[in-house]
Design a protein around this ligand. Structure first.
Ligand code: ATR
Length: 479
């Protein structure tokens, strides 16, 4: 169930939020009594429109309650006898009290870390015989997320393990897949880091129909917050009637990829900046192209085996080929193609351009990486500050420059009318790189085009079919 956490100062505002949460699809409201100006719950409980959890979070547990402890417990007791459906009592200050018909949630919070020994804490909490256990910890990175997911799977009682912070998003979304009883969501101001709005859980992720048979796919990278993947893949799964979801996993360390994938029981992953090479080195199998490139953007998990492929390469080749045809009515055979960057995306694109017969020139901020890649491809390289020497007809931005900023890795004055440009960055869609190329009269393919092509090929790897044409059209117009 979705619990909307409500932090408002007055009863009428709490009730308005509760209505809003109900309309958005919340199943339960958590009334944060510690946010109330005056700790009176009578009106709220008499007029509530959703089942209510009453929480008066103490300041030593990350809440706002600054009053005395006896008053706090007295408030919870009054709430329990006054119609609350649940009361949330902190494990650290647990006190038994008369609760009438209210069910007990015993909770544990750590806003700074995911501590050791959580399993034994959960056992001690279970011994109090609560209706539910809630354990919420800050996931500092993917290792913490993996631990919290495992804890959720093995929780000795019904309950919720919450992974706070950006790194914990997958568990907030997929809680039901791992046996969680509830997820806490925001309506208005978030009450904890990483909380997602109720509406997003219901509409974008359709969490209400997630069950233990739901397949889980993820984009793994750092950063991933900008990824359009959830919007694209979840829509496609829905339209095709496939019980699967796609989530974002901020992976701070590529070496953790398999641990995280195992904890989340991933069926597949899109791999993005900066892990395309690290993940390529951690597979059971890779196709010839992925091996030659040394970078993967697509992992399919089949019977526990991790199989990698690279859909960036064919996607870039297609996108550049089409743009080239618009410009010159032929492909890129024999053309001078400058690849900016030397990371995973750059490797795939350089490789694909070479396979198309282009003359590849690599440039990268870190010169040694450009040189190494060029030598591998038997291509050329130029220094990052001497891009003019590339005399490029095709220019590809395979760096992350321009992602969320208004910068271009290619000097404006070097653009020529008779050029073709591809940007792998798709947020924003009209990057400075592409705008300047267009202003000079060059033909362009944007990051959305590249993104959708590689995503479509990814989907074919995972489910054996691509996106419906209508949807693809819609994404091209709206992403
Ligand atoms: P991916 O796997 O998506 O290609 P990556 O391996 O981290 O991600 O590669 C990122 C690329 O963007 C690299 O070529 C990087 O250059 P360095 O090798 O010098 O790190 C490039 N890049 C990132 N930020 C950059 C910046 N501010 N200026 C220039 N290049 C940048």
């Amino acid at each position: 169930m979705i619990v909307a956490s409500i932090a408002e100062p007055a009863p009428d505002r709490v009730l308005a939020r509760m209505d809003e949460a109900k309309r958005a699809g919340a199943d339960v409201a958590e009334v944060r009594a510690d946010f109330l100006e005056r700790p009176e719950l009578g009106e709220i409980l008499a007029r509530k429109t959703l089942p209510a959890i009453v929480t008066a979070r103490a300041s030593w547990e990350g809440g706002r309650w600054r009053g005395n402890e006896d008053d706090r417990i007295a408030l919870l007791r009054t709430a329990a006898l006054g119609g609350a459906d649940y009361v949330d009592v902190e494990f650290k200050a647990y006190k038994d009290f008369e609760r009438g018909k209210a069910a007990l949630i015993v909770s544990y919070h750590d806003f700074e870390k995911t501590p050791e020994k959580l399993e034994s804490i959960a056992q001690k909490m279970a011994a109090l015989d609560p209706a539910a256990i809630k354990i919420a910890c800050l996931a500092r990175g993917a290792a913490d997320l993996a631990r919290l997911v495992e804890l959720q799977k093995n929780l000795p009682r019904p309950g919720a393990v919450v992974a706070m912070g950006e790194a914990g998003e997958a568990l907030r979304v997929m809680y039901a897949r791992y046996g969680g009883m509830m997820t806490y969501a925001s309506i208005g101001e978030a009450t904890a880091p990483g909380q997602l709005p109720v509406g997003e859980l219901v509409q974008a992720y359709r969490v209400k129909s997630v069950d233990d048979g739901t397949k889980v796919y993820a984009v793994v990278g750092d950063p991933v917050a900008h990824s359009r993947g959830p919007r694209v893949f979840n829509r496609v799964f829905h339209e095709l009637g496939i019980n699967a979801r796609y989530v974002r996993v901020r992976l701070d360390d590529g070496a953790l990829f398999r641990d995280v994938a195992a904890a989340l029981e991933l069926s597949g992953a899109s791999v993005t900046v900066p892990h395309k090479e690290a993940v390529a080195a951690r597979l059971d199998e890779a196709d010839e192209a992925a091996k030659a490139i040394g970078a993967v953007n697509t992992v399919t998990v089949l019977e526990g085996r991790f199989i990698g492929t690279n859909t960036d390469a064919p996607a870039a080749a297609e996108a550049i080929r089409e743009a080239a045809k618009r410009k010159w009515s032929h492909g890129v055979y024999g053309m001078r193609a400058l690849v900016l960057g030397a990371g995973g995306a750059a490797r795939a694109i350089a490789w694909a351009l070479r396979a198309e017969g282009a003359r590849v020139i690599v440039a990268n901020r870190t010169f040694d990486r450009a040189k190494a890649l060029a030598e591998e491809l038997r291509g050329e390289y130029v220094a990052w500050d001497r891009l003019i020497e590339a005399r490029a007809q095709v220019v590809v931005n395979a760096t992350s420059v321009g992602l969320g900023t208004d910068e271009s890795p290619f000097p404006r004055e070097l653009w020529k009318k008779d050029a073709v440009a591809l940007d792998c960055v798709y947020v924003p869609r009209a990057t400075r790189f592409l705008r300047e190329a267009r202003e000079a009269g060059a033909e362009t393919a944007d990051g959305v085009e590249m993104y959708l092509r590689q995503a479509n090929l990814q989907l074919q790897q995972w489910i054996g079919r691509g996106m419906p044409t209508e949807l693809l059209k819609e994404f091209r117009a709206t992403l």
